[in-house]
Write a protein that binds this ligand. Structure first.
Ligand code: F0G
Length: 450
């Protein structure tokens, strides 16, 4: 399993190239589609030459007790399944991954589904799931000798990239849509020393521009079109499988923006299945915001065969993306596993986020689409009471504190957005109250709040 032998396979036309031959924009020279990493050696192994699932599972768990940096990373402890480097000495790690899986008892009770869990990827070093992908792709950038790295971002990718670049001693360039990213994320990119350009275009425009820039200068592109990003982002699938003792949950529910994450988790579960480490795949469902739902429309119009970009609008700025790069890969993840793709409203996102908050699990708005989506799947009767569900929470609540405060103050949503949900919203709002500095006055605020 240890041979560092990988190649890139075009997702569209199937062309295979050496990793070092990829064009700067990671698009296939023949058909323009994206690549994915494959490991030809795995398929060729037969009989005793196949990896021993029991030995691998033991080794990966054992590494959690090690003091080696590589073993302490929740990505690189699975390194047998991501042999993308010539030399693991090039790994750039902040000890990402190994994130908690929390049971959600109140949500479970409310929905009548016992086993609902949140895999909280916001508990990564820079506060989002992007760290698992960034450690992988940044390590490749370092191994290939790049001095500069770059990404377009709705905020989290830039925060992760800037941190990992700083750790690696590389310079980083960030392109963000002006006024459309949360302050918490922008502050991170600044603090980690990125050159941050705010552009008067949306995320899709930023990515388009960056694609031209990397063709003109030796800058390594670190958006999720870079297939090595997805190699790191597949490892939460391994952690989820491990947490359930390799009997995977029935459903894994993921937010959809540029659709790299759902693609990566699909790849992770598929590889575990092909290698005989798990007996079946979970259903992977992707949830988008109603105003940024190109994949939902694609499923409605053509069963995921074609995708029309949309102009995206949602307060969940992380997923404000109208032209998702990895839509074909995500479509495969959904269709291979028998999952669903649906969208949720702004009010449903806000309510779900507050409900997760009430379980003691903050997250950013984009993450809350998972719970809002689960409620819809449950209402459609496609999640049975006895099934196990994992919601992938992608970002930390402090990334976008403004959103949370606006919700609790009652200034987040417009009246027309909340029709029929007013009582629910009122029951969840916890605005701060101004009180006289006297015990009786403070105690009086507790009345009626048992
Ligand atoms: N959740 C959060 C918190 C995100 O930051 C993103 C994407 C997603 C979900 C969607 O994941 O793009 O893989 O489908 N954020 C990107 C960024 C685009 O630039 O930080 P996806």
């Amino acid at each position: 399993m240890n041979d560092n032998l990988h190649q890139l396979r075009c997702f569209g036309c199937g062309a295979r190239i050496d990793g070092a031959e990829a064009q700067p924009d990671f698009r296939c020279a023949l058909c323009g589609d994206l690549f994915e990493v494959e490991y030809p050696g795995w398929g060729q192994r037969r009989g005793n030459d196949r990896p021993n699932p029991g030995a691998l599972k033991w080794l990966w768990r054992e590494r959690r007790c090690s003091s080696e940096a590589l073993d302490q990373s929740g990505v690189w402890r699975f390194r047998e399944l991501l042999p993308i480097l010539q030399n693991f000495g090039n790994v750039v790690t902040l000890r990402e991954g190994n994130t908690p899986l929390y049971h959600l008892p109140r949500t479970a009770k409310a929905l009548g589904i016992d086993q609902i869990f949140a895999k909280h990827q916001g508990m990564n070093p820079t506060g989002s799931f992007k760290d698992t992908g960034m450690t992988a792709a940044m390590s490749v950038a370092r191994e290939r000798g790049f001095q500069w790295v770059a990404c377009a971002s709705t905020g989290n990718t830039s925060a992760a990239m800037a941190a990992y670049a700083a750790r690696a001693g590389l310079r980083s360039l960030v392109l963000i849509p002006e006024g459309k990213i949360a302050w918490g994320k922008l502050s991170q990119a600044m603090d980690y020393g990125a050159v941050t350009c705010q552009l008067p275009v949306d995320y899709d425009g930023c990515l388009r521009l960056l694609t031209e820039i990397v063709k003109k200068a030796p800058i390594y592109l670190l958006n999720s079109v870079n297939p090595y990003r997805l190699e790191g982002q597949k490892t939460p699938a391994f952690e989820i499988a491990e947490a359930f003792d390799w009997n995977v949950p029935d459903h894994v529910i993921v937010p959809g923006g540029n659709l790299g994450n759902s693609s990566a988790l699909g790849k992770g579960f598929r590889e575990l299945h092909e290698l005989g480490l798990i007996a079946r795949m979970p259903r992977i469902s992707v949830i988008q915001a109603e105003g940024a739902n190109p994949l939902v429309r694609s499923f409605a119009a053509s069963q995921g065969a074609t995708l029309e970009p949309v102009e995206a609008h949602t307060r969940a700025t992380a997923i404000r993306i109208g032209n998702p790069a990895s839509w074909r890969k995500a479509t495969r993840a959904i269709q291979d596993t028998g999952g669903w793709c649906l969208d949720v409203t702004e009010a449903e996102i806000a309510v779900a986020k507050a409900e997760l908050g009430a379980e003691g699990l903050g997250c950013e708005p984009a993450s809350a689409v998972t719970l809002a989506g689960l409620k819809k799947l449950h209402a459609r009767g496609v999640v049975a009471p006895g099934e196990t569900v994992v919601l992938v929470l992608t970002g930390h609540t402090l990334k976008d504190a403004d959103y949370t405060i606006d919700f609790h103050r009652g200034t987040l949503l417009k009246e027309e957005e909340t029709v029929g949900m007013e009582a629910k919203i009122d029951s969840l709002r916890r605005n701060a109250v101004a009180v006289e500095a006297a015990p009786a006055a403070v105690l009086a605020t507790l009345k009626g709040r048992a």
